[in-house]
Write a protein that binds this ligand. Structure first.
Ligand code: ADP
Ligand code: MG
Length: 726
């Protein structure tokens, strides 16, 4: 399709769009009626399962107790009946391989009855364990192909649900994905393990404060999801968007985001229709989506849920991404989840709001109203300070991907340097703890950080610093470096485990100092907090994370600045990180090695694909367009010369020079991309250091040509069209 045809089709799509379904009527059907309608929820289980089975299952779900396998058959049967009532013909174990995608393989309930008919069957065995032939998923050396079959294991804590298709529905069962030797091949397994580690250590600390809770301590996550929407017609004419999910070429639009007229602006009609359908689908699946709005860049938007338990929030975020993608198509659009689909305007991230606690105790990062709560809060906060200082580089590694590299460190997203924003008030409190005296901000009197004497800390959540990668926002931390297309599991695993390690340290120190005598707690907390702040407050930074001055200051403080993926990923297998994860049983050394290998491989594959695509597009699309224009100009010159007019034309010189430069740059890129390195790591490094700059060079000439070649000859839809026709 030519660029002009794509433009005309897109315009027609905008003008003539119709909702994919009959308009939603929330008058007759309230959102509260459809919420969770397709979920095998607590309510459904309570209604349908025998009391004893329900109670046993509840113990596993809420208290983290081991699953009683003998109830599986009953649960499976009930689940099947419920699913069939909802029109389901098939079931699937849903799992999350290391590609970050959601994977599924459907099986029919139907089995022949041996008499020429068929019955519907679903056993406990099929519910608990599945065997997808998943040999093509990356294992990073954990499996050899002859023993390739991993297995999936039912995650009881994430409810099963029904997915709809116009031609039928199917039952989805969230699962973990492991090798036969028990190694994690997925994102979920370590997340569940890390929650256990966190629970154990947090409980030890709470016990010292005399706090008991029947419920486990867990992580909570609220991921704010950013995305772009582009008319589908454009994407069909842009192989780069289609294949790589980002534009490899494209001159800046005359108007970008500088007017700041998009952020929180009125949502375009078609987009709003899309959002409403996305929300309806997600409501049915029990995903508590709450917020929708325009984001900073043109055609960029955000959807945010209410926070949930980490494991559930992770599964739900995967559903959000899948739903965004599939519903967009129904409205003639493509949802781009890539971190940087368009250069020159903001990219997309996923702010991961993170806290720990449980329904009974609330967030342990919440200052609370009493001095007693406050001392406990300061301890949990100090644990976070220590954790980020010790393991910031590891957390950075969890967001290292080829696509996120375009975003981190650019002046729109947090820098690759990990630091913590505490806000003025809290930073001041810790500063005074460091100096050994805490003043009441009102009376200015000297106070000790005793459990009973600490003043209430009214936190101001409105105090925001958008340039910080890790910011305290009143009752939680906001980790802003996660990429928009990524699973949040990796970062959650890192956060849970590093918190567990710090809480372990704190519990051990306090247990030693108090020896069971709670009267000694005040003094012990005070001196331990002081020690932690003294050793680790280099990570605290309240200023402008984008500034040059901070980069210098951070280097002075010894904070790592891992700018690229090949620099960041090897952190995963460094000694302290391996020790951390093995100590708490979250990931073994072999599992960490396989992850590093897989992620590096994914990085290399992404860049190789992009380089090949770039060469192809430059050669078959951009070069011919510019050549045609060059011929037109040359013909015009010849004509002018023939009639005796001044025929020297600047445009011809310019096009000719840029064309030549483009050809040279493409040849160079092709050669560099063909290079074969000895190891995955060397390959990634070569692609990062050599190929990426060569790609940027090709792009610079192509984009320059776009601004001078006649519009009717340029077949790639422009940034202007893609970002503003909606
Ligand atoms: P903003 O864009 O101002 O940061 P949003 O309302 O878009 O805020 O998103 C905030 C996210 O943080 C929501 O998903 C919200 O549910 C979540 N959140 C609120 N409190 C907590 C908490 N204690 N733990 C984890 N997430 C939380
Ligand atoms: Mg937001």
């Amino acid at each position: 399709m030519s660029g002009i045809q794509a433009r005309l089709n897109a315009i027609s799509a905008v003008i003539n769009y119709k909702p994919a379904h009959a308009p939603l009527n929330y008058h007759d059907t309230k959102p509260t009626d459809i919420f969770g309608a397709n979920v095998f929820s607590d309510k459904v289980m309570k209604e349908r399962l025998p009391k004893a089975v329900y109670k046993s299952l509840q113990k596993t779900i809420e208290l983290g107790e081991k699953l009683d396998a003998s109830i599986a058959d009953v649960v499976a049967n009930t689940m099947k009946d419920w699913a069939i009532e909802k029109g389901a013909t098939h079931f699937t174990h849903v799992f999350y391989p290391l590609t970050g995608m959601t994977a599924e393989k459907h099986d029919a309930f139907l089995v022949p009855d041996g008499k020429g008919g068929a019955i519907a069957e679903f056993s406990g065995k099929l519910l608990i364990q599945g065997e997808p032939d998943a040999s093509s998923f990356p294992s990073g050396g954990l499996r050899s192909t002859f023993e390739a079959r991993g297995y999936t294991a039912w995650d009881v804590t994430s409810p099963a649900y029904i997915l709809e298709n116009p031609n039928g529905t199917f039952l989805c069962i969230p699962t973990a994905f492991l090798s036969w030797t028990g190694e994690a091949l997925d994102k979920k397994t370590p997340l569940l393990r890390s929650n256990q580690a966190l629970n154990k250590q947090a409980k030890r600390v709470l016990k010292l404060f005399g706090v008991e809770s029947k419920l486990p301590i867990t992580s909570f996550a609220g991921p704010e999801q950013e995305y772009f929407l582009i008319d589908r017609n454009f994407v069909f004419s842009r192989p780069d968007l289609l294949i790589a999910g980002r534009s490899l070429f494209g001159a800046k639009s005359a108007k970008g985001q500088e007017f700041e007229d998009q952020y929180f602006g009125v949502v375009p009609r078609r987009v709003l229709s899309f959002m409403m359908e996305v929300e309806r689908e997600l409501f049915k699946l029990g995903v508590p989506v709450k917020t929708r709005h325009n984001e900073v860049a043109p055609s960029q938007f955000e959807i945010a849920p209410i926070y949930e338990v980490g494991n559930l929030a992770t599964d739900h975020n995967q559903m959000v991404m899948t739903t965004l993608r599939s519903v967009a198509k129904r409205y003639g659009m493509i949802c781009l989840l890539h971190e940087k689909p368009f250069s020159g305007i903001n990219g997309s991230g996923k702010h991961l709001n993170y806290s720990i606690g449980n329904a009974e105790l609330g967030s342990l990062y919440d200052p609370g109203d009493t001095p007693h709560d406050n001392a406990q809060f300061l301890v949990f906060c100090a644990a976070a300070i220590r954790a980020l200082h010790k393991y910031g580089a590891m957390l950075r590694a969890t967001v290292a991907t080829a696509s996120n590299d375009h975003r981190l460190g650019a002046n729109e997203a947090p820098p690759a340097i990990m630091s913590m924003y505490l806000g003025e008030q809290l930073a001041d409190v810790f500063d005074q703890i460091k100096k050994g005296k805490l003043k009441d901000s009102k009376s200015k009197g000297v106070m000790s950080v005793g459990v009973d004497t600490l003043p209430p800390l009214p936190m101001d959540p409105g105090d925001r610093n958008r340039t910080s990668p890790f910011a305290f926002t009143g009752n939680r931390f906001e980790f802003r470096a996660v990429g928009s297309s990524q699973s949040i599991a990796g970062s959650l695993v890192a956060l849970n485990t590093m918190m567990a390690e710090s809480l372990d340290y704190i519990a051990t120190e306090l247990e030693k100092a108090t020896k069971g005598d709670s009267k000694k707690l005040n003094a012990a907390v005070q001196s331990l907090l002081q020690k932690i702040v003294k050793e680790h407050d280099a990570i605290v930074f309240n200023g402008d994370g984008y500034s040059e001055a901070w980069h210098k200051e951070a280097a002075k403080r010894g904070l790592p600045n891992l700018k690229t993926t090949p620099e960041a990923l090897p952190v995963l297998t460094t000694k302290p990180v391996v020790e951390l994860f093995t100590k708490y049983g979250v990931l073994s050394e072999a599992e960490l090695k396989s992850r590093e290998e897989i992620y590096l491989e994914m990085y290399a594959k992404t860049l190789k694909t992009e380089a090949a695509l770039m060469v192809r597009m430059a050669t078959t699309i951009i070069f011919p367009a510019a050549m045609r224009y060059q011929s037109e100009l040359a013909a015009a010159c010849a004509n002018l010369k023939a009639i005796g007019k001044d025929y020297k034309m600047g445009a011809l010189e310019e096009v000719t020079a840029k064309l030549r430069a483009l050809q040279t740059a493409v040849a160079k890129l092709e050669k560099l991309a063909a290079h074969e390195a000895k190891s995955t790591h060397a390959e990634a490094k070569h692609l990062c250091d050599k190929v990426l700059p060569a790609m940027n060079e090709v792009r610079s000439y192509a984009d320059a040509l776009e601004t001078i070649v006649a519009d009717d000859l340029w077949s790639l839809p422009s940034y202007q069209e893609m970002l503003f026709i909606r």
